[in-house]
Design a protein around this ligand. Sequence first.
Ligand code: SF4
Ligand code: SF4
Length: 164
Amino acid sequence: MVSVDFELRKKVMDAHIGDTLKYCYQCNRCTDVCPVSQIAPDRYNPRGNIMASFLGINLFMGQKDNFGIWGCTVCDTCDEICPQKIELTEIFTVLKNMSIAAGEGPDYYTTQASTIYDAGKAIPSQPAIERRREQLGLPKVEEPDVSEVQKILNVTKLNKILNK
Ligand code: SF4
Ligand code: SF4
């Protein structure tokens, strides 16, 4: 029997566009245009995610395969096509944040987050990149203040998730 996860429903509905989900009439246009659904129709379905989010049916957490939410590349194609102007990707971000908070985020995501935490940016400077920039006559890239970046990320409690 399918049960309602009220906490999940509350979190989704508390998001700033949460209440727009009630205007979804399941036309399926979002899924029709979704490039991920076209390649992996059995594993990713934005229309289904919107329906489950609105009803509070937890198809997302505690799953062995979390591609059902992390498959979204945030290309925004569904947002643009939705006749009800629902910003689906905003809700998918809420689901992804819940997945991270539950310690279920995919490794590629936490590894990238860890790099940003340690270096203050996603792609740390490397001698080869610096040399190439110099050859091209480009200015040196200013290094970020890592402690400032970490201070901000600590407020979001990312350090706890990353065990930093
Ligand atoms: S395109 Fe919009 S209205 Fe249609 S199913 Fe997707 S979210 Fe619902
Ligand atoms: S934003 Fe995500 S769900 Fe929407 S079309 Fe792109 S990949 Fe699919």
